[in-house]
Design a protein around this ligand. Structure first.
Ligand code: ASP
Length: 608
């Protein structure tokens, strides 16, 4: 192979040659990005992951080589041996780093041809996504994809090196295992040896990393694939990569410091210097100020303005005065036309699903508020520090339709904040051009802490765990586990960037008696506890140190740093929104023989 290189000591990358190489003999190998045939001169732009060099075949090269160059098409793989020559000043291409030189070929080898392509990496208009995913190997040759994959590599390496420098061990945990309770459906792997029994692919290494703490590996991390069978959205994939870590004897601060450290190194790969420590905010504060547990700090917070109105005036507006009344401020919007105000009204029915509990009422015309309630309007303007061109929109909860329990009212209050939070974001996106706060490069990170331990399900009339059930309650709230579960805070925290959750973690329960109490509070019978987590409850009794950790989505970090629109742009071989791999065509039916071996009978779709 490649004998034709003869005594050439090394080959060059296509993006590597510069003016200082002029005169040297070189060999380049790569793909033909473009061919231009000027009759006696043929130009081949040769491309590899490092860039592009122009190769020129002159008439001096002889008829045989000229014919070969004529036969070359886009994406042929070729080798060119020749001399580096400075280009004439008027043909220098300032847009590429190799633009000052070209390689005059003495020899051209076609190493492989290429069928006519559905699209080429040099196309300026992107093929549709299904075609890109089916021919992913061609798509990945595009410079943008090469850049994204390189960035992904650099970020992962930077994080590994940082964690290694802090004394963490990277330890692998099994893919074929038991169900982990992260709240999604499991992907199952049938056992041939034990027909009718299944392994579950891990939704996270949660229980294994806790076991590693019991085993004395006090600082664990893993950049690890997790599998969750859940309804897919643009920013979800059935398999995704987490930066997973766990620490023994930590306080939340210990985890924060480690994460801030590795995120700083990750962001440095694109030249961003993240300021640390990140701000902290309790869950309650986040809901009150941003109507979300993932606050987007790039826009101003909301303000509860219910007290600015005279008693009785809110009822007149068909607003429930017991619920918060929120002013949303978006800077730089300017005066709105009638049509633009109508568009805001049209957003309201799109807010959260549970509208019957809140029945949101929205006032998008602040001038009218000013006319009807001049003193309240002045207080509102002051309180939200609105500039003349700020948009102020008010959202409250409509007069309730029905009677709610105390828990139900608590939930309505929270939902009112959340509706306002959603409207705030929808407006923020709608007017992004005007306020400019969403431009790439404006990264606002924070920690959200003190999440509630349980969530009330009004329909079922019961409490659900807000996180996985190994999350520790606040020490001070232990006594409320039975008397007032809604007031119990969890030692759980999220790291959030620009309104997106980057990662989530907690201090864990390390005592078996408390773990059993939590399972009980969640309505899990001792039998169910044993059958689902028996091995773990047993392990907790063999000298478990206090421990805690976190997991961050690597894909999302790369997506944000690459400025990409979807996870599919930064995962080499992603699935479609319908969980299909179009390149390998998976999932597929399997043979009768395979099914039989596994003891599986497939019922027709209509029987499901
Ligand atoms: N296992 C959790 C998750 O995947 C993260 C953690 O608690 O460390 O969301």
């Amino acid at each position: 192979m490649l004998d034709f290189l003869g005594d050439l000591k090394r080959t060059h990358m296509c993006g590597e040659l510069r003016a200082s190489d002029a005169g040297s003999k070189v060999a380049l190998m790569g793909w033909v990005n473009k061919r231009r045939d000027l009759g006696n001169l043929i130009f081949l732009d040769l491309r590899d992951r490092s860039g592009i060099t122009q190769v020129v075949i002159t008439s001096d090269a002889g008829a045989e080589m000229h014919d070969k160059a004529t036969a070359v098409r886009s994406e042929f793989v070729v080798a060119a041996i020749g001399h580096v020559k400075l280009r004439d000043p008027n043909t220098v291409n300032k847009n590429i780093p190799t633009g000052e030189i070209e390689v005059v070929a003495d020899e051209l080898r076609i190493l492989n041809d290429c069928k006519p392509l559905p699209f080429t990496p040099s196309d300026s208009v992107l093929a549709n996504e299904e075609v890109r995913l089916k021919y992913r190997y061609v798509d990945l040759r595009r410079p943008e994809m090469q850049h994204n994959i390189e960035l992904r590599h650099k970020i992962a390496i930077a994080i590994r090196e940082y964690l290694n420098s802090q004394g963490f061990y990277e330890i692998e945990t099994p893919f074929m295992t038991r169900s982990t309770p992260e709240g999604a459906r499991d992907y199952l792997v049938p056992s041939r040896v034990y027909p009718g029994e299944f392994y579950a692919l891990p939704q996270s290494p949660q229980l294994f990393k806790q076991i590693l703490m019991i085993s004395g590996f006090d600082k664990y991390f893993q950049i690890v694939r997790c599998f969750r069978d859940e309804d897919l959205r643009a920013d979800r994939q059935p398999e995704f990569t987490q930066i997973d870590l766990e620490i023994s004897f930590p306080r939340p601060e210990t985890v924060f410091r480690v994460v801030e450290g590795f995120l700083k190194t990750a962001f440095a790969t694109i030249g961003v210097d993240l300021a640390t420590p990140f701000p902290r905010m309790s869950y309650d504060e986040a809901i009150r100020l941003y109507g979300s547990d993932k606050p987007d700090l790039r826009l101003p917070p909301m303000k509860n303005i219910a007290d600015f109105f005279e008693p009785g005036s809110l009822e007149g507006l068909k607003i429930d005065p017991r619920m918060p009344l929120l002013a949303i401020t978006i800077p730089g919007v300017g005066k709105l036309s009638r049509r633009e105000r109508d568009e805001i009204r049209r957003l309201v029915p799109l807010l959260a699903d549970n509208t019957t509990m809140v029945n949101p009422r929205v006032f998008e015309d602040f001038e009218r508020i000013t006319k009807s309630f001049p003193s309240a309007a002045e207080k509102i303007r002051d309180a939200v520090k609105a500039a003349d061109d700020s948009l102020i929109v008010i959202l409250g909860s409509g007069t309730p339709q029905g009677v709610f329990s105390v828990q139900g009212d608590r939930k309505r209050r929270e939902l009112t904040y959340k509706h306002a939070g959603q409207l705030r974001l929808a407006l923020g996106h709608g007017y992004a051009e005007r306020h400019g706060a969403f431009k790439h490069g404006n990264f606002r990170l924070l920690w959200v802490t003190d999440f509630p331990m349980f969530e009330w399900d009004e329909t079922e009339g019961r409490w659900n765990a807000a996180h996985h059930p190994f999350t520790s309650p606040h020490e001070h709230d232990m006594d409320k586990l039975e008397s007032d579960p809604g007031a119990v805070r969890a030692l759980a925290y999220d790291v959030v960037i620009n309104g997106m959750e980057l990662g989530s973690g907690s201090i864990r329960i390390h005592r078996q008696d408390i773990q059993a109490k939590i399972f009980k509070a969640l309505g899990m019978s001792p039998e169910e506890q044993q059958s689902r987590f028996g091995f773990f409850l047993e392990a907790l009794q063999y000298g478990t140190p206090p421990h805690g950790g976190i997991a961050l989505g690597l894909d999302r970090i790369v997506m944000i740093l690459a400025g990409a629109e979807s996870l599919r742009e930064i995962i080499p071989f992603p699935k479609t929104a319908k969980a299909v791999d179009l390149m390998v065509d998976a999932p597929t039916p399997v043979s009768e023989r395979q099914l039989k071996e596994l003891g599986i009978a497939v019922v027709g779709k209509k029987d499901l």
